[in-house]
Ligand binder design. Structure first.
Ligand code: UDP
Ligand code: MG
Length: 315
């Protein structure tokens, strides 16, 4: 019988874990004649009772495994840790807040085993219940990154998906420290089917993503999957050089023809400020890439586990 590993990152989710577990058990029951489940909760350094709630489930149900981080490393690290610990032939990544409808697992399983897909991914068709400003920036982000990156990043794509062991092993072989999974999933390739669904509200608790966290995450995505901003910096530099040469020639001609009255003070200030701004902008872009390279060369682990459930439990 095949084994499905569910990887579930949790950060301060004590209220919603029992609800999630109940829903998953219903699905596992429906599929029990042909599929075994293991549920890997990754406690991402929660400061509430999350770990105890998970341990409680682990003591009652041998299908529940866990890994607990020494601090909050972020969802990307939690996904990586869960994938590394998973033993399944099929692996699924799910949010614990029930925004990822568990009944889709049935469809996903069918598509992989019967239709020959390597991955079934999900995307939201609506962003209902999300602040309009957040939706607006999300739209801008997707349109920019898809113009400047060769890796397709699908608008509205969720992390919720089911993948074959082979695909997950490929994902694990990308050991970069600055992880942007939406890009990594797409970069490794494989035949992917997309399922759309309407946005679902959180079952309990609150979102862990502030506007700033999302903005920084999206910049990370751009830096990780495109070097076009570096090219833009060079192009802007070249254009400005050409413009300044033309300006110099025009000024020289004007001075020869009309003499040199004291004028042009304001245009001079404008030019200085403009060029100063562009230089800072370009240095900033360079800095972003340099910072990422610096972090990668340190070769730090993607996560540090403080404790985890024992491996020799029977499934
Ligand atoms: N999460 C995590 N570490 C973090 C932030 C979030 O493991 O630093 C988990 C969180 O517990 C949840 C999932 O990632 O299971 C998605 O987070 P959330 O629901 O807050 O994001 P949203 O759905 O609002 O985008
Ligand atoms: Mg959520």
């Amino acid at each position: 019988m095949k084994l499905l590993s569910l990887v579930v990152p949790c950060y301060n989710e004590q209220d919603v874990i029992p609800l999630f577990y109940n829903e998953i058990i219903k699905i596992a029951h429906k599929m029990e004649s042909y599929l075994n489940f293991e549920i890997i909760f990754v406690d991402d350094g929660s400061s509430d009772n999350t770990l105890n709630v998970i341990k409680d489930l682990n003591s009652k149900d041998s299908r529940v495994k866990y890994i607990s981080f020494s601090k909050n490393f972020g969802k990307e690290s939690a996904m990586y840790a869960g994938f590394s610990k998973s033993k399944g032939d099929l692996i699924s990544i799910m949010d614990v807040d029930l925004q990822d409808p568990p009944e889709l697992l049935l469809d996903m399983y069918e598509s992989i085993t019967k239709l020959g897909y390597d991955c079934v991914a999900t995307k939201r068709v609506t962003r209902e219940g999300e602040p309009p400003i957040r939706s607006f920036f999300a739209k801008c982000f997707y349109s920019i990154i898809n113009k400047i990156s060769n890796t397709e990043i699908v608008d509205g794509a969720r992390d919720y998906r089911m993948m074959t062991r082979q695909m997950v092993d490929s994902i694990l072989s990308l050991k970069e420290y600055n992880r942007f999974s939406k890009g990594i999933f797409s970069w490794v390739g494989y035949k992917t089917k997309w399922i759309s669904y309407n946005n679902v509200q959180r079952a309990a608790g609150t979102t862990k993503w502030s506007f700033w966290k999302l903005l920084i995450y999206s910049l990370e995505g751009i830096v990780a999957f495109s070097t076009v901003p570096l090219a833009i910096a060079s192009i802007v530099g070249i254009i400005l050089c050409i413009l300044s040469l033309i300006f110099a020639v025009v000024t020289a001609c004007k001075t020869l023809i009309f003499g040199n009255p004291v004028a042009g003070y304001s245009s001079l200030i404008c030019a200085i400020v403009f060029i100063g701004g562009i230089q800072l902008f370009c240095v900033g872009i360079l800095g972003e890439y340099l910072a990422k390279t610096y972090l990668e060369t340190k070769n730090r682990p993607i996560y540090i586990a403080k404790e985890e459930s024992l491996d020799n439990e029977t499934i």
